[in-house]
Design a binder for this molecule. Structure first.
Ligand SMILES: *[C@@H]1O[C@H](CO)[C@@H](O)[C@H](O)[C@H]1NC(C)=O
Ligand SMILES: *[C@@H]1O[C@H](CO)[C@@H](O)[C@H](O)[C@H]1NC(C)=O
Ligand SMILES: *[C@@H]1O[C@H](CO)[C@@H](O)[C@H](O)[C@H]1NC(C)=O
Length: 708
C-alpha cells in the first residue's frame, strides 16, 4: 500500500489537498485493516480501501442548497430518480411512479400524466393536477434556507420537506398514494388547488375520506389520519387547521373495486425503502411503514416478472410509460432472477477450424498495438482503446495463440498504469468530496470534457471499460493484479460499491448509476432535465457490471463476481424490457412500435428515437450504441435471434445514408451473425475500418463463436 501512496505523493504534489487525502486514506486503512484481516477469509491478500487524490471540482452544484445538513457527511446520489429536486433550481418534475411530482420552494404539484405518443417519441405530459401548499407560510428565523429540503432518502424513497409550509412528503416509488404530514406539532393552513375546475367534492361523515371529481375526468381520494373538515371553491380545497397525515390517490378506474382497495390499504403508509443485495441474483426490498394494516405498493412489469410469492393484485392497475403498474401487498418483496454466465471466453466455444482466420487477424491487430500509442486523452475513448486491446489477449487464449498475450499485457500495463498512478499528465482520476466520487482532471473544471464525467455523467461507461481492461490484465499478469488491486477496486466502487460487504467504501455511494427500483442504470448526472435522468447505451451499462464481475473472477472474489453478475443480469433484462422494442409489444403505442425496434435515449419520462450524437434516421448508429462493446456477454443481451433479425432488417437500409460512418457496420453484421452466419462472415471479411473499441480479430471471434 505504502508504495502506491508514495507514487501519488510525488506525481500529484501539485495538489495541495493531496497530503490530506493521503492522511485520510491512511487512517481509513488503519481502521479498516482489522475488519479486512478478520473478514477477508476468501481473499488471498487483504484489500485496504484506496482513495484517489482529492481535487475540488468547480463544475458540480452545491449540495448544501437542497440537502439537510445532517446528510452532507455521507455520499450523496448523483444519478438518482430525484436528482432534479437537488440540481438547478430544483424545480423540474420527477417521475415517482405513478405520479409526476414537481416542487417549488413552498409547494408540491402532482400529476397523473397523460401520454403523448407518435412514431418518434413517447412522452408523459406534466400537468399540475393538484398543488399542495400551506396558506400561512412561516419563515422562522431558524430557517435560513427556505427552499425545499431533502431530509432523508433511501434506495426506494425520498423525503422532501417544504419547511416554510410545515409539510413533509414521503415520496415512495410505486406508491399509489402521495403521503404527507405536518412537520411540527403546530397546525398549518392547508391548500390543495387544481388547474381543472372541481366538479364535485364530498366527505364521509367521519371526515377522514374525501372525494374530489375534476372536470378532466379525474377522481382523487384524500384519506386523512384524523377527521379533517375541508372546504372548497371551484379550484381550491382548504383546511385552516391541518395536522396529521394525508394520503392522496387518483382513482385510476371508475370500477368500485379500485376504490375499495385504496380505502382498505390507506391506513398503512411507507416512509422509506431499502434494497438488500447480498446474494447473487436475488434482491430484497423492505419498506419502513407507519400506520396500521398492510402495505399496498405498485410493481412495474419487470418487478412482476421477478417477484416471488403471490401477493399481486393483478386487476389493480395504474398506467405508466414503463408499462402497467400493478398492486402488490406487503412490506417486503423478494425478486429472483436467472443467473447469467460471466465468462472470459465465448460461452459456446469456437471450432478449431476457424482458429487460423482469427489468429491471422489477431497477429495484425496485436502488431498494430505495439506500433501505436493511444492518442486520445478522453477518459471514454481511452477506456474503449484499452478494453479493445484487452479483448485481444482473451481471444488469443481462446484460439490458442499464447505468443500474443505478453505483448498485449505490456500494452495494457503501459497504458493503464499512468491513470492509476496519477502520472498520465493529460488527464486522470481524482476524488471529489462534495458528492463523493471520482472526477477526471479535465472534467473537474469543464462540464463538457469527458462527456460530463465531472458532473457525474456516464461514470459506469468510462470506468466500465477501465474495469474490463484491468480485469483482463489482472488475469494475464496476476502479480500486476495483486499490486494494483486496491486501485482497481476503488475505481470500480465509484459506480458499484453495493454488496462489497466489508469491502464497501464509505467514500462512495452504494451504487452511483444503478437504479434499484427501476432495475437499470441512469447515465445522466448532476444536471436538471425536464424528463428526468436518461440512459442511451444499455450495452455499455451491461459492460460495466459484467466487467465488475470479471474483476471478481480475476481476483477470485466470488462475492464481487456475484454482485456484478446480478447487476449485469438486471441491466440486460431492463434493456430487453424497455429499450428493445418487439413487433408485438404494446408498451409504447402502435406508431412508435411500428417505426422503432430500439429506443434511442430512454428518459425517466420519455422514450426518444434520437441519439445524443445522431438523428433518429441513422438507425445503424442506434443499433451500434445498443450493441457495443462486443464481448461474451453480448450473447446474453441479444439472446433472441428473431429479435436480432428484426433489428438488423430495420437498421440495414440506413447503412447507405451519408451520416452513417463505415465503422457502424461492425455492429449490424455482428447482430446478423446471430441468425445468418454465412452472410455476416462475408460482409465482415470485406470491412476496412472498425469502431475504435472493436477490431477485426474481435469481430471474427464473435462471428465464429456464433456457430458456422
Ligand atoms: C436548470 O439549471 C440551470 C443551471 O443551474 C438554471 O439556470 C435553470 O434555471 C434551471 N432550470 C430549471 C427549470 O430548474
Ligand atoms: C411527435 O411529437 C413531438 C412532440 O409533440 C413532435 O415534436 C414531433 O414532431 C412529433 N413527431 C412526429 C413524427 O409526428
Ligand atoms: C470545455 O471543453 C469543451 C470540450 O472539450 C471545449 O470545447 C471547451 O472549449 C472547453 N471550455 C473551456 C472554457 O475550456
Amino acid at each position: 500500500m505504502i508504495t502506491i501512496y508514495h507514487r501519488f505523493n510525488t506525481s500529484f504534489n501539485q495538489l495541495p489537498t493531496c497530503i490530506m487525502a493521503l492522511a485520510t486514506s491512511f487512517l481509513l486503512f488503519l481502521s479498516f485493516s482489522f475488519w479486512f484481516n478478520a473478514l477477508a477469509t476468501s481473499h488471498a491478500s487483504p484489500t485496504a480501501p484506496f482513495l484517489f487524490p482529492e481535487t475540488k471540482a468547480t463544475v458540480v452544484p452545491n449540495p448544501r442548497r437542497f440537502f439537510s445538513p445532517h446528510l452532507l457527511s455521507a455520499p450523496l446520489p448523483t444519478n438518482s430518480f430525484f436528482q432534479n429536486f437537488v440540481v438547478g433550481k430544483g424545480e423540474e418534475p420527477e417521475y415517482i411512479h405513478p405520479y409526476l411530482v414537481k416542487t417549488t420552494t413552498s409547494s408540491l404539484s402532482l400529476s397523473y400524466p397523460s401520454r403523448l405518443s407518435n412514431s418518434s417519441l413517447v412522452r408523459q405530459v406534466f400537468v399540475p393536477d393538484l398543488t399542495i401548499t400551506s396558506l400561512n407560510k412561516t419563515s422562522p428565523r431558524s430557517i435560513r434556507n427556505t427552499r425545499h429540503r431533502i431530509s432523508s432518502f433511501s434506495d426506494l424513497s425520498v423525503t422532501l420537506d417544504l419547511t416554510s409550509s410545515n409539510l413533509r412528503f414521503f415520496l415512495v416509488r410505486g406508491s399509489p398514494f402521495l403521503t404527507f404530514r405536518t412537520i411540527s406539532r403546530s397546525t398549518t393552513g392547508l391548500s390543495i388547488s387544481t388547474t381543472h375546475p372541481i366538479l364535485s367534492f364530498s366527505s364521509t361523515d367521519s371526515l377522514t375520506k374525501h372525494t374530489v371529481k375534476l372536470n378532466n375526468g379525474q377522481t382523487w381520494l384524500f384519506h386523512t389520519s384524523v377527521p379533517l373538515p375541508l372546504t372548497h371553491s371551484t379550484s381550491q380545497i382548504t383546511s385552516s387547521d391541518f395536522s396529521g397525515v394525508i394520503r392522496i390517490a387518483i382513482l385510476p378506474d371508475s370500477n368500485a373495486k379500485y376504490e375499495a382497495i385504496l380505502d382498505k390499504y390507506s391506513p398503512c403508509y411507507p416512509i422509506s425503502g431499502h434494497v438488500e443485495l447480498t446474494m447473487p441474483f436475488r434482491l430484497e426490498y423492505t419498506w419502513k411503514k407507519k400506520g396500521r394494516g398492510k402495505l399496498l405498493l405498485l410493481a412495474h412489469p419487470l418487478h412482476r416478472r421477478l417477484l416471488s410469492g403471490n401477493n399481486v393484485l393483478a386487476g389493480f392497475k395504474y398506467k405508466s410509460i414503463d408499462g402497467d403498474l400493478v398492486g402488490v401487498i406487503g412490506y417486503s418483496w423478494v425478486l429472483k432472477l436467472k443467473p447469467v454466465p460471466v465468462t472470459w471466453h465465448s460461452i459456446g466455444g469456437i471450432r478449431g477450424k476457424h482458429f487460423p482466420e482469427i489468429v491471422s487477424a489477431l497477429q495484425d491487430d496485436v502488431d498494430a498495438l505495439n506500433s501505436t500509442t493511444i492518442s486520445t486523452s478522453s477518459s471514454y475513448f481511452y477506456g474503449k482503446s484499452i478494453a479493445r486491446a484487452a479483448r485481444l489477449a482473451l481471444i488469443a487464449e481462446e484460439v490458442r495463440f499464447p505468443k500474443a498475450i505478453p505483448l498485449v499485457a505490456k500494452f495494457l500495463r503501459d497504458s493503464i498504469q499512468p491513470w492509476l498512478d496519477g502520472n498520465y499528465g493529460r488527464n486522470g482520476f481524482l476524488y471529489e468530496r462534495q458528492w463523493s466520487g471520482l472526477v477526471t482532471k479535465l472534467g473537474s473544471s469543464n462540464s463538457s470534457e469527458d462527456f460530463g464525467f465531472g458532473i457525474y455523467n456516464d461514470h459506469h461507461f468510462h470506468l466500465g471499460y477501465f474495469a474490463y481492461a484491468i480485469a483482463v490484465l489482472a488475469k494475464i499478469d496476476p502479480e500486476w493484479g495483486r499490486q494494483y488491486r486496491p486501485l482497481a477496486y476503488s475505481l470500480m466502487a465509484d459506480y458499484m460499491n453495493i454488496g462489497l460487504g466489508s469491502f464497501s467504501y464509505s467514500f462512495y455511494p452504494q451504487v452511483r448509476c444503478f437504479d434499484l427500483w427501476k432495475l437499470h442504470s441512469w447515465a445522466a448526472g448532476l444536471y436538471n432535465f425536464s424528463d428526468g435522468r436518461n440512459q442511451e447505451s444499455t450495452s455499455e451499462a451491461v459492460n460495466a457490471y459484467y466487467s465488475a464481475a470479471l474483476l471478481g473472477l480475476a481476483y477470485k472474489d466470488n462475492h464481487l463476481k456475484g454482485i456484478g453478475s446480478t447487476l449485469a443480469a438486471l441491466e440486460i433484462l431492463s434493456a430487453q424490457t424497455w429499450w428493445h422494442v418487439r413487433k408485438g409489444d404494446d408498451m409504447y403505442g402502435k406508431e412508435f412500435t411500428k417505426k422503432n425496434r430500439l429506443v434511442g435515449i430512454l428518459w425517466a419520462n420519455m422514450r426518444d428515437s434520437k441519439l445524443w450524437f445522431a438523428p433518429a434516421e441513422l438507425k445503424a448508429c442506434r443499433l451500434g450504441i445498443q450493441v457495443l462493446p462486443i464481448s461474451p456477454i453480448t450473447e446474453v443481451l441479444f439472446s433472441d435471434a428473431d429479435f436480432a433479425r428484426d433489428v438488423v432488417e430495420w437498421a440495414s437500409p440506413s447503412l447507405s445514408l451519408s451520416g452513417v460512418g463505415e465503422s457502424w457496420k461492425d455492429f449490424v453484421y455482428a447482430l446478423k451473425g446471430i441468425y445468418n452466419y454465412g452472410s455476416a462472415i462475408n460482409s465482415i471479411r470485406k470491412l476496412k475500418v472498425h469502431d475504435d473499441g472493436n477490431s477485426l480479430a474481435n469481430l471474427l471471434w464473435w462471428i465464429h463463436s456464433r456457430g458456422g
